[in-house]
Each structure stands twice: as structure tokens, then as C-alpha cells.
Design a protein around this ligand. Structure first.
Ligand code: ADP
Ligand code: MG
Length: 265
């Protein structure tokens, strides 16, 4: 089906030395051009699945298809895959390694063989768009956590991938940087880039996502629109998820009354 960008078919993956599989016959489909939230408890397999999506991990069994074709794990195949699928890691320190911000963002383009002038133009454009031009020549290690996260996103965006995976992008960010990161993600989505995001923020996922993939013990417990997932109490209980605030209030309007009195509104 050409509206499916990525499909996992029955994939299993166990880390070396572990007894329990991190991914246990996981099957799912990522539709093209959508905003998809991956939710589920810590250890449910989200990050492991992400690492399978760009070939960092190869499933022990099962298949991942990108654009209808099984992943090609040759050096060339992986290079091509990684030009289409970018991952913004949860911890930017696992992603950033160049001396300066400018060098960091240029690295991918130059290693793809882009002429220096062209790469410089693209890097300048993306730094301008994300508001990081003032740090262009700062060493990456001297940036704050929030600034590092924006540089890590610039790193991926500059490559113009078709799919960007954000692994808990707001983890350990202050509210200002969280908003900024969310705005950048929306900008990417508006350009038609398919977005896959791991998040524990039910309020955000409820409002943002086109589709939710609910991970549980290395497989998909359920998938559907935010409305479908969050109105199913049984699923929420199994996955240890709370309903979004707005749904709790709609279900229990007495909460509103309580706060109205308490705050004298
Ligand atoms: P999530 O991102 O949903 O929190 P993970 O994919 O990180 O889940 O973890 C899935 C399972 O794999 C967990 O049981 C976790 O302990 C295990 N795991 C993750 N990374 C490693 C690793 N590098 N070595 C061994 N086990 C790991
Ligand atoms: Mg994770």
C-alpha cells in the first residue's frame, strides 16, 4: 500500500545477554505524512523499535519494510535509509560529537558529498529558522540542554528526511524549550515529513497526534486515533496511562466546580 511509509511485520529483538525480548512479534504500520505518537511504559520497546527503523538494530526475526521494500542492511542500503529516516535521540549527548554547532550541522551534508558552499547555505538557513545562528561557532559541549536539543533537531532537519523519529523530545526540557521543540516539530510536519514521536505527555498526544501506537511489553497493545485510545479505559489501565486532563474534566465536571470554589473564580 503506497500510503504506508514504514511497516514492521512480526519483528523480534533481544539484546545480547538478556532473556526477555525487547520486541516480541511487533507489527505496526506508519502511514505517510502523519503525526504518530508512540506511548507506553518505560521498557515497552519504543526506543528499541526506533533503532530498528534506521537499521542501528537488525531484528532477530521478522521484517521491516520502508516504502514497500524490506530494509537493505548493506552499507549502501543503510546510508540510503538513514538519509530518509532521521532519529533525534532522547539524550543529545548521544548524537552530537562535532566541535562547533556549525560543524555539527554541516557534518551529515558534507559526508554525503555536498559541495561546501551549498552545505554552508543550507546550514545557515536551518540555523536561522531555528534561531540558533548566535551559537554557530560555540562548542557544542558549552550549550545548555535545551540548546543542544535544538541543535540535535537541526542536525536531522537539514538532511530533509522523509521520516523523523523524536524519542521523548521534551524529556528534561524547560517549558520554553518544550514549546519551541513542539513548534519545530509542527513545522516539519507541515512540510509533509512523517513524524513518529515517543512521549509520555497524554495531554499533548491527545491534541497533537493523528494516530497513537500504544506499546506494551515489546508489542502493540492498541492503535487508533487519540479519541479511540483515550476513551478505552481497559487499554489505559493495562498500559498504565492516565486519560488526558480534558477528558477527565468532561467525565467529572465536579472537578471544575471544586476548583471554581477553591480559587473563587
Ligand atoms: P522504551 O523506550 O519504551 O522505554 P526500550 O526500547 O528502551 O523501551 O526498552 C525495551 C526493553 O529492552 C527493556 O526491557 C529494556 O530494559 C531493554 N533494553 C533497552 N536497551 C537495552 C540495552 N542497551 N541492553 C540491554 N537491554 C536493553
Ligand atoms: Mg525509550
Amino acid at each position: 500500500m503506497d500510503d504506508i511509509l514504514l511497516e514492521a511485520k512480526n519483528i523480534c529483538y533481544t539484546y545480547e545477554g538478556e532473556n526477555t525480548p525487547a520486541l516480541d512479534h511487533l507489527s505496526l504500520q506508519i502511514p505517510r505524512g502523519k503525526k504518530i505518537a508512540c506511548m507506553g511504559s518505560n521498557g515497552s520497546g519504543k526506543s528499541t523499535f526506533f533503532l530498528c527503523c534506521n537499521g542501528i538494530h537488525k531484528p532477530d526475526s521478522g521484517t521491516i519494510c520502508y516504502d514497500g521494500k524490506p530494509l537493505d542492511y548493506s552499507r549502501r542500503g543503510l546510508l540510503e535509509l538513514r538519509s530518509k529516516v532521521g532519529i533525534v535521540f532522547q539524550d543529545p549527548d548521544n548524537q552530537l560529537f562535532s566541535a562547533s554547532v556549525f560543524q555539527e550541522i554541516s557534518f551529515g551534508l558534507l559526508s554525503m558529498g555536498m559541495p561546501e558552499n551549498e552545505a554552508r547555505k543550507k546550514v545557515n538557513e536551518i540555523m536561522e529558522l531555528l534561531g540558533i545562528t548566535p551559537f554557530a561557532h560555540k562548542p557544542v559541549h558549552a550549550l545548555s540542554g535545551g540548546q543542544k536539543k535544538i541543535v540535535a533537531i537541526a542536525d536531522i532537519l537539514v538532511m530533509q528526511p522523509q521520516l523523523i523519529i523524536f524519542d521523548e523530545p521534551a524529556a528534561s526540557l524547560d517549558p520554553l524549550h518544550t514549546d519551541l521543540v513542539h513548534k519545530i516539530i509542527d513545522l516539519a510536519a507541515a512540510q509533509g515529513i512523517t513524524i513518529l514521536m515517543a512521549t509520555h505527555d497524554v495531554d499533548y498526544a491527545f491534541e497533537w497526534a493523528d494516530q497513537i501506537l500504544l506499546f506494551h511489553e515489546g508489542k502493540i497493545l492498541s492503535t487508533g486515533t487519540p479519541q479511540e485510545i483515550f476513551s478505552n479505559e481497559k487499554i489505559l489501565q493495562t498500559a498504565n496511562l492516565k486519560p488526558p486532563t480534558i477528558l477527565s474534566i468532561l467525565k467529572h465536571p465536579e472537578i471544575l466546580e471544586h476548583y471554581r470554589k477553591e480559587l473563587r473564580l
